[in-house]
Ligand binder design. Sequence first.
Ligand code: 5GP
Ligand code: MG
Length: 189
Amino acid sequence: MTFTPATIRVGDRDMSVSPLFTESQIKARVGELSAEISRDLGSAEPLVILVVLHGALLFAADLVRGLTMPTEIESVRLKSYHGTQSAGTVEVVGSLPDIAGKRVLIVEDIVDTGRSIATLKERIAGLGDRGPKVVRVAALLDKPEAHDASLVPDYTGFSIGRNFVIGYGLDLDGRYRNLPYIAELKAQG
Ligand code: 5GP
Ligand code: MG
């Protein structure tokens, strides 16, 4: 069993770690999403799986194994800048893969404010006639209460509240991505 402490120190406080979704719940839900995506986008034409690094690595790896259409796996990295006051801006790191005329499924770990996905979609829209034919979004987790960009993923694994979550690809300062389950961090006391 993977070791997880009962509490994790974040800044100057201890947060409790409570399991939110087990490994088997995640497996079952990801299987359902693969089946749904295969039904909706089933075709002899390849689907480009655009993995948003690094958070969506584990989700994408499991999701693609359940897809029945041919796929091409590509990735993109997004960088957020958090100012002291502003909620931050997002930038696409480097260039996008060649997706001209293709069908694309963006695979993201979590939609929080929605700015990351909104920025990526704008960047894709900006490709103009080098743009894809179809763009869909699959997010393992969604925090609807936190959205400030109006965005509903086409495929959502689980909708959750505002608490910070880790595991199954999701990190805290680069750590805990390898946890096979998803846990929620809560302020203690
Ligand atoms: P957004 O641009 O939608 O606000 O945020 C998206 C990114 O912020 C996600 O792709 C993820 O990297 C990070 N993020 C948002 N909420 C959480 C969370 O609860 N846990 C972790 N580990 N990352 C989060
Ligand atoms: Mg992310």
